[in-house]
Design a binder for this molecule. Structure first.
Ligand code: G4P
Length: 295
């Protein structure tokens, strides 16, 4: 979504960041590949700004989750974009997921040289080990559970792995940490904060909701006018100086939202709109395209 002049005072506390970073840095030592989950509806905003520093030069596989809620065209472009950046990338719908084999194969492909080198040096063959990372709500637990439910054996003591951390064996040659690394989004960037709020990844109620509503409506009117038409019979003319009030009034009318003391119930209109955005009932929407970012 285009930059808006809004300021969203949301912060991931420095203490949280330091703890998350410490935990990940510990685990990363015994990991061969990082599986980074991002939300297909905002594949840039749902990334952690410091991932390069945190995981150093570990190979990275970027998986765009929730593709069932995102714009297919943009999802395709984002996957290509990340591939062009030199990563393995794919999109998934974790609600209907059966792509275990493809994921494991891509990890094998990335780690082929490393594993062959180890073998040539006479080291005992071992399973590749992966760790899942991502910001809150991106689908990390769902992803791990999907892989684990398929074929999970919790393995015993492993070098470099503490008791609190469990490793699960998902395939003969593939292991996964059973808990993901939780990263923080770049919330000091208003554009990112808005997108993350629209994904439902931070509580919308702690943002200036009217700013979020206006920014979302502006974006939808430019990129998805048909969805607004289909859902609310709404056509927005951004050149009309009253478009914001008109939009509120229109949705209130279409959704039969009762006036409050003779006025449109703006809060209720926003509540309805955001819940329909969150549950995907307005349609498949992506809030940013690869041309607008420099990852
Ligand atoms: P996290 O560990 O990264 O915090 O995320 P988690 O797996 O808890 O997933 C957050 C929400 O996103 C869950 O919904 C989950 O079902 C949903 N989700 C994850 N991946 C996908 C996907 O590919 N498509 C769709 N449509 N949804 C996905 P929830 O409402 O919190 O829980 P639930 O009622 O669905 O279980």
């Amino acid at each position: 979504m285009a930059n808006e002049n809004t300021k969203m005072n949301i912060h991931w506390f420095p203490g949280h960041m330091a703890k998350a970073r410490r935990e990940i840095s510990e685990k990363i030592k015994v990991v061969d590949i990082v599986i980074e989950l991002v939300d297909a509806r905002a594949p840039y905003s749902s990334k952690n700004p410091m991932i390069h520093e945190i995981i150093k030069n570990k190979p990275r596989f970027i998986i765009l989750t929730k593709k069932d809620m995102a714009d297919d065209q943009y999802t395709k472009q984002w996957v290509q974009y990340y591939e062009q950046c030199g990563y393995q990338a794919m999109s998934v719908n974790l609600k209907n997921f059966n792509e275990y084999q493809k994921i494991i194969e891509k990890c094998r492909y990335v780690l082929k040289d490393k594993m062959e080198k180890e073998k040539a040096r006479g080291l005992k063959p071992r399973a590749m080990r992966a760790m899942v990372l991502g910001i809150p709500n991106v689908g990390k637990s769902t992803f791990i559970n999907r892989l684990a439910n398929r074929k999970a054996t919790v393995t015993g003591n492993k070098p470099g792995v503490t008791k609190a951390q469990q490793i699960i064996r998902v395939a003969k040659d593939f292991e996964l940490f059973d808990t993901p690394g939780v990263l923080w989004p770049k919330l000091d960037d208003a554009h990112v904060a808005q997108n993350i709020a629209l994904l439902g990844s931070i509580k919308q109620s702690i943002l200036p909701l009217d700013d979020l509503f206006i920014a979302a409506m502006r974006y939808l009117s430019l990129h998805y006018p048909q969805l607004l038409k289909d859902r609310y019979q709404l056509e927005i003319d951004l050149d009309n100086e009253n478009w914001i009030i008109d939009t509120f009034d229109h949705i209130a009318k279409v959704r039969k939202i009762k006036p409050l003391k003779g006025e449109t119930d703006y809060d209720r209109v926003m509540e309805v709109f955001f819940s329909e955005i969150n549950d995907g009932s307005i349609g498949k929407i992506t809030w940013e395209d690869p041309s607008c970012v420099n990852v």
